[in-house]
Write a protein that binds this ligand. Structure first.
Ligand SMILES: [Zn+2]
Length: 568
């Protein structure tokens, strides 16, 4: 089995590391891997006797390379694995093997088990022999050392050991339970669940009451995974605890309620949106986790370069609307934020109206919808228009008034970025007409419409290449440059928790509106779609096929995501 083999390799590593003297020098490796220039390495070497620092430190201080590049080079130098912590869910059972103080002091974090008595520990500095010796003592287990970017490691250590819930700790509303340990247990349990969710990069945590216990599920990379269930006797206390945190009515158990609170995990804010729904076996609780700090640069979104050019041209216009579409959780807001990030260079005044504010952008005037005090999208939009912004982000268009103000704004010298809850780009046209937007204005006011989905990325450690059958080639219209295409299938290994996938990638469909002609006025969604394809639009499925052929995801995943869609 793949798992057993990998564990064995780990054990060998543990025994042999890091005694071997590095064969290549760090500077040479950085140059070879394209992470630094020979000139910079030479200059750093000259500076070394003066500054009395390590070569890597000098290169980073001078901004000639990054901490991550140094870490990758160190991993190569010592023949160790480099671990990208942004792609790894830290196993709490592993991290708990070390005390927080030890982890900080030695910049080391156990991240996962590779076998029953073998744990993988990431460190910032594999050259530090003392650390590895002390680690083995402290863990009481064999460890396999891997290297991580020190900046990412520091942040992950802070996050792993620190879940502070910043809820005003709790007044007269605190529910009473006969057994005081129940309330206490619920408090610890909820904190631990949120901490685990954040570390596992979960977007949602579901607590579903069953007859005998409460089913706990994390949504990671768009897919739900079971976690250990909660005992039935804690069910009510857990629901009550969450309701207190979200300032909901604890006594109300028959009506759905929603609210929110903020937790700080290792100093980073995480917004938690709460929905409580009554079910037959008690209250179902769904926690949506919105982590504010994210990397938002456009090249990371994974658009093909041809598509990215069209998109960049659309957002570079001084006016007009750019719409993104897709179901909840398809990443459409992230795409708009990436666009905003690109536009936010100090030359434009930018304002947003959002529900909720998901990412904080420096220099941008961000307003949050607040229905309880009557601050709706349309009212907020009217207000921010008075401040005469160049660029406006409207979190979502879901009512007529907002649609009409947004289109007006797009036609009067503002660039408007917004999302629509429709399945595809073509569907956005009919939706705008339903929302009362004059069809005659669509072509002149909308720069482009993007539709998107998130697909799981195939795990690069275990993917298996294969040649697709002639039927598959036909079905998915697989055309590779130079003969038979190679595809990959997900196998599953320790790195990806046996799922075969790790992380996500977006599929896009980008529809320029100008030039579609009469279908915009009264055409059905199908007719709009056909006109767009005739005008050269690449569909979601075609973009998915591109990513499959590039070995980024699988055909099965593309089929899962676009299965119900039209084929062309
Ligand atoms: Zn894998």
């Amino acid at each position: 089995m793949a798992g057993a083999a990998a564990a064995d390799t780990g054990r060998v590593e543990a025994a042999s590391i890091p005694n071997a003297a590095p064969a290549l020098r760090l500077g040479e490796l950085l140059v070879r891997e394209g992470h630094a220039t020979q000139e910079h390495v030479d200059q750093a070497l000259e500076l070394q006797p003066v500054l009395r620092k390590r070569i890597g430190e000098i290169l980073v201080e001078k901004r000639w390379t990054t901490t991550r590049a140094i870490a990758e080079a160190l991993a190569l130098q010592y023949g160790l694995e480099f671990v990208d912590l942004s792609q790894v869910a830290v196993d709490q059972r592993a991290s708990q093997l070390l005390q927080e103080g030890f982890a900080h002091k030695h910049q080391a974090l156990p991240v996962r088990f590779l076998g029953d008595d073998l744990v993988q520990v990431v460190v910032a500095d594999p050259a530090n022999l003392n650390t590895t010796d002390e680690l083995r003592l402290a863990l009481g287990l064999n460890c396999s050392i891997a290297v991580a970017d020190p900046a990412a490691l520091e942040a992950t250590i802070a996050r792993t050991y620190h879940v502070t819930v910043s809820v005003s700790d709790v007044g007269p509303d605190e529910p009473e339970f006969d057994d005081p340990t129940v309330a206490e247990g619920a408090l610890d349990l909820v904190n631990a669940l949120i901490g685990r969710g954040v570390n596992a990069r979960a977007s949602d945590i579901h607590l579903n009451p069953q007859v005998r216990d409460v089913l706990v599920r994390f949504r990671v990379d768009g897919v739900l995974r079971d976690d250990s269930p909660i005992e039935k006797r804690l069910q009510q206390a857990v629901a009550a605890r969450v309701k207190v945190m979200a300032t909901l009515d604890i006594a109300e158990k028959r009506m759905p309620q929603d609210g929110s609170f903020v937790v700080y995990i290792g100093g980073a804010a995480v917004d938690v949106r709460v929905a409580v729904l009554p079910t037959k076996h008690g209250e179902q609780v769904v926690l949506r986790l919105l982590q504010r700090e994210q990397n938002l640069e456009l090249p990371d979104l994974g658009m093909s370069s041809e598509m990215e050019n069209v998109f960049l041209r659309a957002i570079a216009q001084p006016h007009g609307a750019v719409l993104t579409c897709g179901p909840t959780g398809s990443g459409k807001t992230t795409t708009l934020y990436a666009a905003l990030d690109r536009l936010n260079n100090g030359e434009r005044s930018i304002a947003t109206i959002e529900d909720p504010v998901e990412y904080q952008l420096p220099g941008v005037m961000q307003t949050e919808v607040h229905s309880r005090i009557g601050l709706s999208f349309s009212r907020g939009l009217r207000t921010i228009l008075r401040a005469d912004p160049d660029v406006i982000l409207v979190g979502e268009i879901r009512d007529e008034e907002t649609a009409q103000i947004a289109i007006q704004a797009a036609m009067t010298g503002h660039l408007v970025l917004t999302t629509l809850h429709t399945n595809d780009a073509a569907g956005a046209i009919a939706r705008m007409r339903t929302l009362g937007v004059d069809p005659d204005l669509l072509a002149s006011s909308i720069n482009c419409i993007v539709s998107q989905r998130l697909a799981r990325r195939i795990c690069h450690h275990c993917r298996e290449a294969y040649e697709p059958s002639p039927e598959q080639v036909m079905e998915m219209n697989l055309i590779a440059a130079g003969g038979t295409p190679t595809l990959y299938r997900a196998a599953g290994c320790l790195q990806c928790g046996n799922t075969g996938y790790s992380g996500r990638v977006a599929l896009y469909e980008l529809m320029p509106v100008h030039g579609l002609g009469r279908v915009l006025l009264d055409g059905s969604t199908d007719e709009v779609f056909e006109a767009a394809v005739a005008a050269g639009m690449r569909t979601l499925r075609e973009d998915g096929v591109r990513l499959s052929l590039a070995g980024v995801t699988t055909l099965e995943e593309i089929r899962r995501i676009t299965g119900d869609r039209r084929l062309v």
